[in-house]
Ligand binder design. Structure first.
Ligand SMILES: [Fe+2]
Ligand SMILES: [Fe+2]
Length: 216
């Protein structure tokens, strides 16, 4: 499905720019360019939030709810939407740190790290759990493609600024964070989401699973 391929490709860019942002945040304040800080914020606001997260919510998640009959008020979709909201809040905090840079130095690196790690965990959850489940579930309901919208000029500009920032601030080779695949790596697992199987599987999927486990 074209939309899923696009969202996957967008994750790769967002992941890279997030890594570059860690490098930027670890640069001593006196050597940090304010313009670059503003360009990072534009990338995360316009490209990650307004373009990428918005298309997930208004196109993909809506189709999963309305056409594949999956719940959006709990489980993986609700978890992903809550992540988007939480990350938007973290980003707003970062914007105010950058504005008041003198008195907010210590908090900036901490807040930037929290934001980047949240973004990476979110991307891992979508890549390894949510996205692979979308296509077969939509196809079973007769949906093979989803119409999305093209990037606006501002979003495209934010993307090219983000790509330039990756070249200027190479992401750390071994970031200090545990990453991985599957529900078990998701901070929401067992808290607000019981895991994909318990949230999304229908009766016949459980029957099939039981048959496989019993060797039938
Ligand atoms: Fe997302
Ligand atoms: Fe995403």
């Amino acid at each position: 499905m074209t939309l899923l391929d696009e969202l996957h490709a967008e994750h790769e860019v967002i992941e890279q720019v997030a890594g570059a942002f860690l490098t930027y945040a670890a640069t001593p304040a006196a050597a940090r360019s304010r313009d670059d800080g503003a360009a990072f914020l534009r990338f995360f606001t316009l490209y990650a939030n307004h373009f990428h997260h918005a298309r997930e919510e208004d196109t993909l998640f809506v189709a999963l709810r309305d056409r594949a009959g999956l719940p959006a008020d709990r489980g993986p979709i609700a978890t992903m939407i809550a992540d988007h909201e939480r990350m938007a809040g973290l980003l707003a905090g970062l914007a105010s740190c950058l504005e008041r840079r003198a008195d907010a130095e210590a908090r900036f690196l901490e807040s930037a790290t929290a934001y980047v790690h949240a973004l990476w965990h979110h991307i891992d959850a979508e890549n390894s759990v949510l996205f692979p489940e979308c296509e077969p579930r939509l196809r079973r309901n007769g949906v093979t493609e989803l119409q999305s919208r093209p990037m606006t000029a501002d979003e495209r500009h934010a993307l090219s600024e983000g790509q330039a920032l990756v070249a200027r601030y190479p992401p750390p080779a071994n970031p200090d964070v545990m990453r991985g695949e599957g529900c078990i790596m998701c901070p929401a697992f067992g808290v607000t989401c019981r895991g994909l199987e318990h949230e999304w599987w229908n009766e016949w999927e459980w029957d099939e699973f039981d048959d496989r486990m019993s060797g039938a």
